[in-house]
Design a protein around this ligand. Structure first.
Ligand SMILES: NC(=O)c1ccc[n+]([C@@H]2O[C@H](COP(=O)([O-])OP(=O)(O)OC[C@H]3O[C@@H](n4cnc5c(N)ncnc54)[C@H](O)[C@@H]3O)[C@@H](O)[C@H]2O)c1
Length: 357
């Protein structure tokens, strides 16, 4: 079988997971790397013993005709520009989350994918976990009935990664756009992908990076710095077109005892907890019953999710099949929600979402 020739743009932390996943995929071959920071692409090439072309300007990488597809792993403010240029250069694109900086941008990315006929897949990686697959199997079998409400939290006590993550001009925001995006997407995916119609949200500031905290470790960006102008915490109440509600809360910094990762869905026939562990709450033979699916999750869920995501991208790109699991319209729905939360936080009013485009 022909191998997919891949270029990776942005070779910071998450690019390492992309590189490892492509290396493990027998149908893919990495042929080029690019990072605006001089030397960083070559450093990653050396780290993985890759004999590939290295660039500091993504436009040079896109000129390589042999490249079929790219992973876009750069700061959030460059996602749209690089994705659109890559699609126009005839490449399939796997663009990391969040999809873009604005709804306008993600519409343009979607239009460009449609015009060029190339695959545009967004990096909603949590859809590729075995836990998400199992949850979806039970939901599709009707075990939850009609899902009408979901709530999710991704809370860090201290965990602002600093660097570009904490610089609104490059990140677009804090934990909402960085962490909340995954949870909102997964909840919406499992709810059957309803369209958002209204959002009420709030953001909170006042703690910041708190870099002088002693003996406490957290994920730090490749170019860590201690300034932050992004929110510490965000919360939102999202209303969908079928009347379903999603409540989300997420933080980089919050005075809570422990970090929290949770997702629960509630339906007319059953409820389900997906995080921190999978369990179904239902009624059987006139008894209330808790059902725990037995699923052998791997030791490293994060690596496994990425491997599955990259494999899905590679096979769809090789088949020239743009109908992947994470479609451009999902990117639009998620950007509509994120943008509306920030607008609502600013105006202190509910924001209505129009779906006219
Ligand atoms: N799916 C996930 O779970 C997950 C996890 C972490 C990060 N991400 C996403 O991946 C992206 C990168 O995050 P990261 O943690 O790797 O950050 P990082 O700072 O470690 O790496 C980003 C790299 O992109 C480079 N870069 C920035 N603009 C560029 C441009 N125009 N051209 C070429 N290179 C450019 C930077 O120099 C840096 O090396 C972000 O969009 C982030 O949201 C996703």
């Amino acid at each position: 079988m022909r191998k997919l020739k891949v270029g990776i743009i942005g070779t910071g932390k998450i690019a390492k997971t992309h590189i490892k996943s492509y290396l493990n995929d027998e149908n893919a071959e990495i042929v080029a790397l690019c990072d605006i920071k001089p030397g960083r692409a070559q450093e990653k090439a050396d780290m993985y013993n890759l004999k590939v072309a290295c660039f500091t300007d993504y436009k040079e990488l896109l000129k390589m005709e042999e490249i079929d597809a790219v992973s876009v792993c750069v700061w959030n403010n460059c996602h749209a520009e690089i994705t659109i240029a890559a699609l126009k250069a005839g490449k399939h694109v796997l663009c990391e989350k969040p999809p873009a900086f604005s709804v306008e941008q993600v519409y343009e990315m979607k239009r460009t994918a449609e015009q060029t006929g190339k695959l545009l897949m967004f990096g909603f990686v949590r859809r590729f976990g075995k836990d998400a697959d199992t949850a979806k199997d039970f939901i599709d079998s009707g075990m939850l009935g009609d899902i009408y409400y979901a709530k999710t939290s991704c809370i860090r006590r201290r965990g602002n990664p600093g660097g570009w993550f904490a610089d609104k001009n490059r990140s677009g925001g804090g934990p909402l756009i960085d962490l909340g995006v995954h949870m909102i997407d997964l909840a919406r995916y499992l709810m059957g992908k309803p369209q958002p119609v209204a959002v009420s949200g709030a953001t909170f500031y006042g703690i910041g990076i708190d870099a002088d905290v002693k003996n406490y470790n957290w994920y730090r960006s490749e170019d860590f710095s201690t300034q932050s102008d992004v929110e510490d915490m965000a919360t939102a109440f999202i209303r969908f077109d079928g009347g379903q509600i999603l409540h989300v809360e997420t933080s980089f910094s919050q005075n809570i005892e422990k970090d929290v990762l949770s997702l629960e869905l509630y339906g007319t026939k059953g409820g389900m907890r997906i995080y921190p562990d999978l369990k179904i709450f239902t009624k059987m033979e006139n008894y209330l019953a808790d059902v725990t699916p037995i699923v052998h999750l791997g030791n490293d869920l994060f690596t496994e999710m990425f491997q599955n995501e990259i494999h899905h991208f590679v096979t769809h790109a090789l088949d020239n099949n743009p109908n992947c699991r994470n479609m451009p319209e999902d990117g639009v729905a998620i950007m509509q929600i994120l943008e509306a939360v920030y607008q609502s936080a600013e105006t202190k009013r509910e924001v209505l979402i129009k779906n006219e485009k």
